[in-house]
Design a protein around this ligand. Structure first.
Ligand SMILES: [Mg+2]
Length: 416
């Protein structure tokens, strides 16, 4: 793992990009492929492992051309279901990191972490933790670029690949950018690159020196203006949060067992505690709980439970999630659990539920716990806990079952 960071603080946009995504999933799931040149897709190369890229294999490239470059490459057919599942798990980590996530494709996203310093630490700390979580929970390498703008964050991750982290501090942007080849800029394909090279322009610094008028005469007025702005690190686009999600989830890797049932329960409590807050923060309610399990041999199982009515109450979700876990206890002891995940699905706006219920009704829920009828007034408690955590940081309060555990998933922070 390679890292280059500074102590300069204003860079708070992360570009997180999985490394050779499809090929990494194949190497994760089949240990025989690790350390070997792997090509996904026979007719056309859809992905190549870094070992294969070292032989010059690129995407997209014909399969036979790839094998001429590297005759001993292992060619495997794509497994899109596995990639979709891995992508979902990685995006769960993204959304668990910050509410401001802009997905770019199945394996990359921008994350704005600027407002999280008090709760989660500096952008570099957040980026490190994100990389660690994706490795531990999904088993994949991911590279993170950190900068003041989306453009620079994306360039930073490209430069830091594979399996790296690179921060471009605001005072060092041009120093970072100008030595890079023009091909690093968005919008510079082979045609534009050839035109620039013909005019003696090879680096981003050359573009900045040329000025936008001269540049316009080489590549056209609008492309020239675009490239000139990028060469001076001007990129005002904010992280844009896309369509609303249909589910939110989070998971924890727990290492190889054996694990006591009480440890597994504590993990579920920590996950639900966090998801409940995210749900309320987004002003949403859920009806379906999904428990996801991964075992020693990387096989998976899911169990789900749909509640009688939609809720945003941590307590009600907790009861449902613990019951799902208890129902799966045979599976857990037989097969050795290495990862637990919870997703909240069937999401709706909290407001629409309040309209559908008589006034005050949403504050009281009945849940059956080991045969006893318990009436809980949980929304006031949730609101109080959320408020304290917002003021004093996520570690200000910890559920009793999690006391003394290092794995409750928060960075302890003292009040300022
Ligand atoms: Mg990628």
């Amino acid at each position: 793992m390679r890292e280059r960071v500074s102590t300069d603080g204003a860079a708070s946009i992360l570009h997180a990009d999985l490394d050779s995504f499809y090929a990494s999933v194949e190497q994760r799931d089949d240990p025989r492929l690790r350390g070997r040149p792997v090509v996904v897709g026979g007719g056309v190369v859809l992905a190549a492992s870094y070992e294969a890229k070292a032989f010059g294999i690129r995407t997209p490239m014909g399969g036979s051309a790839a094998l001429r470059l590297c005759p001993h490459a292992v060619v495997v057919p794509p497994r899109f279901d596995a990639y979709t599942e891995a992508s979902r798990a990685v995006f769960d980590v993204f959304h668990d990191t910050t509410p401001l996530v802009e997905g770019i494709s199945i394996d990359e996203a921008f994350l704005d972490v600027g407002g999280l310093r008090r709760i989660s630490g500096t952008p570099v700390e957040i980026g490190r933790r994100l990389r660690h979580r994706v490795a531990a929970e999904v088993g994949l390498p991911i590279t993170v670029g950190i900068a003041r703008t989306k453009f620079l964050a994306k360039v930073a991750s490209a430069v830091a690949k594979p399996d790296g982290l690179l921060e471009v501090a605001p005072h060092a942007e041009l120093e970072f950018l100008h030595p890079l080849p023009v091909e690093r800029l968005w919008g510079v394909g082979t045609v534009t690159a050839a035109k620039l090279h013909d005019s003696g322009v090879h680096t981003v610094g050359d573009i900045a020196d040329m000025g936008h008028e001269m540049l316009g005469s080489v590549v056209g007025r609008s492309a020239g203006a675009h490239l000139y702005a990028l060469s001076l690190a001007r990129d005002p686009r904010p992280v844009h949060v896309g369509k609303r999600r249909h589910s939110i989830g989070s998971q924890r890797a727990i290492g190889r067992g054996p694990h006591a049932m009480s440890d597994l329960e504590a993990t579920v409590v920590a996950i639900v505690d966090r998801l409940g807050r995210r749900l309320r923060h987004a002003n949403r309610v859920c009806r379906t709980l999904v428990l996801r399990l991964r075992f020693d041999d990387f096989t998976r199982a899911t169990r789900s439970h749909t509640l009688d009515e939609a809720t945003a109450s941590t307590q009600i979700i907790m009861v449902g999630a613990r019951r799902l876990l208890a129902d799966a206890s045979d599976l857990l002891t037989e097969r050795g659990c290495t990862l637990i995940g919870i997703s909240l699905a069937n999401l709706d706006d909290a407001d629409s539920v309040q309209l559908a219920l008589p006034f005050g009704e949403q504050e009281k829920h009945r849940e059956t716990t080991s045969g006893a009828q318990v009436t809980l007034d949980t929304s006031a408690l949730d609101a109080a806990v959320d408020g304290l955590r917002e003021r004093f940081g996520a570690g200000a309060l910890t559920r009793g079952v999690l006391l003394g555990r290092a794995d409750h998933g928060e960075v302890p922070k003292l009040p300022d």
